[in-house]
Ligand binder design. Structure first.
Ligand code: ATP
Ligand code: MG
Ligand code: MG
Ligand code: MG
Length: 469
């Protein structure tokens, strides 16, 4: 059975044989790109190659790109723990053509790799195309012999790929694998498409447009190819599994979590182990790429992911911080492919330990408050915004953490009430300052605070140390 490490090598080797330059993954923090929080796909490092702004000494490339989807246009944070196919951190295998081959090249490359190198039975595969893309549909028919019912035309943005609000983009064709009718879900375009029976494994994007901030779009001078296949998804399939979390790599992290918490990996706490394994990868790789926990921007996303993980560890009964103990298992699995992970191991361990230790001070009390609030409410009622705000303000619970905790119980938060409580607190703070006779300092202070969007509380013991604003 090939490991994920083997599959990565097979993929890159196969495209290398076909004249593609093997390029290293770029960091998770995109260079010089304020439009994007984290690298969310393989094309990010090649953005300027598609628009023609940048020329390289190769026109074909292949990568295994580290991706994080935990904010912005592609956000899978809330899917983790609930679907078989989503992570916040994953590797995207890709092949790229910059004005070299187009649809007629990309489709046969993909089909050949899947059905020959990977030996996937053809009858398990089906594809989607953008509804107006007759050309792609024709190529699929010719190259793969797919019948019309297995080439589904989709009119939504699912088949028009965009990295973010701006940048190169284009129609796409997605390749799906049918895991069988014992799993809930329907084919793309059907009412049950969000299920996990038909899993999208590979997306081929026909880069031919550029989107601008004002909503306008231009045709690019050259036609290019950008593809993305989740390593964990193709890995699950090739390992005879349905679920990404059952692959060798994810399973070893789940077992590390089970060992560190003394909680059965397949018992009632199964979902917590899955979330921990996922969040371990995203937090560790973000730290390795220079992100540190903070109260705004990228650092705040990191902090939110880590706090969510800490709550899941708590749910497994962990009394002490857990995440840092899992880092060696991750480095064993991924350190060879990503040396930056091994190099940063000590920093990752220290940072995770410190963050989790600090948050634990308020986590237990916050969860107790949440339980008390819920038991005082009528069955199924929404948690009032004021309570969620108190959890945020006094106990350091980001709103999404509270929502994650409530979702397990089938409950929700009144988010409008939360926003109102937040606005009220800001207004009160402003009034208190302007009454203190230091109006001009206060004005400057608030301008900075608002510009930075910082209001987060770190826990009683860290308030001054970290300079809360
Ligand atoms: P889905 O519809 O399943 O959410 P997507 O269409 O959002 O996937 P793309 O943006 O097309 O995904 O990304 C290219 C490929 O990367 C996908 O075909 C899939 O194999 C993989 N992928 C995307 N998101 C994730 C994720 N959150 N975790 C793991 N793999 C992913
Ligand atoms: Mg998605
Ligand atoms: Mg999709
Ligand atoms: Mg897709």
């Amino acid at each position: 059975m090939p490991s994920l490490n083997d599959i990565r090598s097979t993929f890159l080797g196969s495209f290398e044989k076909n004249g593609h330059k093997v390029v290293e993954s770029s960091p998770l923090v995109p260079r010089n790109d304020p439009t994007l929080m984290f690298t969310n796909s393989g094309m990010v490092q090649f953005k300027n190659c598609f628009t023609g702004v940048e020329k390289r000494d190769y026109v074909r490339a292949t990568t295994s790109q580290k991706c994080v989807r935990a904010g912005g246009k592609h956000n899978d944070l809330d899917n983790v723990g609930y679907t078989a196919r989503h992570h916040t951190f994953f590797e995207m295998l890709g092949n790229f053509s910059f004005g070299d081959y187009f649809k007629e090249g990309a489709i046969p490359f993909a089909w050949e790799l899947l059905t020959k190198d990977f030996d996937i039975p053809k009858e398990k595969l089906l594809v989607t195309v953008y509804h107006t893309d007759d050309e792609a549909a024709e190529i699929w028919k010719k190259v793969a012999g797919l019948t019309d019912d297995r080439i589904i035309r989709i009119a939504t943005k699912d088949n028009f790929w965009q990295m973010g609000p701006t940048g190169p983009c284009g129609p796409c064709t997605e390749i799906f694998y049918d895991h069988g009718d014992h799993i809930w879900g329907g084919p793309p375009g059907s009412a049950e498409e969000d299920g996990d029976r038909f899993i999208e494994i590979w997306n081929l994007v026909f880069m031919q447009n550029e989107q601008f901030e004002d909503g306008s779009m231009r045709a690019l001078d050259m036609q290019s190819i950008d593809t993305g296949m989740g390593l964990e998804r193709i890995g699950a399939l090739l390992q005879g599994k349905h679920d990404n979390y059952d692959t060798d790599l994810m399973r070893s992290l789940i077992e590390a979590s089970a060992h560190a918490t003394s909680a059965d990996p397949d018992g009632p706490g199964k979902v917590h182990h899955r979330v921990i394994a996922d969040h371990l990868r995203s937090t560790a790789f973000l730290i390795a790429d220079g992100v540190m926990p903070s109260n705004d921007g990228r650092g705040y996303v990191l902090r939110r992911i880590l706090r969510r993980a800490a709550r899941h560890a708590h749910m497994l009964g962990a009394k002490d911080p857990v995440m840092h103990k899992l880092v060696p298992a991750l480095v064993r699995q991924m350190g060879a492919a990503f040396p930056e992970l091994s190099r940063a191991q000590a920093l990752i361990e220290e940072t995770l330990k410190l963050e989790e230790t600090r948050f634990k001070v308020t986590l237990d009390r916050g969860l107790k408050l949440l339980d008390d609030e819920l038991s005082a409410l009528p069955d199924g009622a929404e948690l009032p915004g004021a309570a969620a705000f108190k959890l945020y303000d006094t106990y350091g619970f980001p709103l999404d953490l509270t929502q994650d905790a409530l979702r397990e119980k089938g409950r929700t938060v009144d988010t409008d009430g939360f926003d109102a409580a937040m606005a009220e607190q800001k207004a009160k703070a402003r009034a208190a300052w302007s009454g203190s006779g230091e109006a001009s300092d206060a004005r400057i202070w608030f301008e900075i605070a608002e510009a930075k969007g910082v209001t987060e509380f770190l826990g009683y013991d860290t308030e001054t140390a970290e300079g809360q604003i």
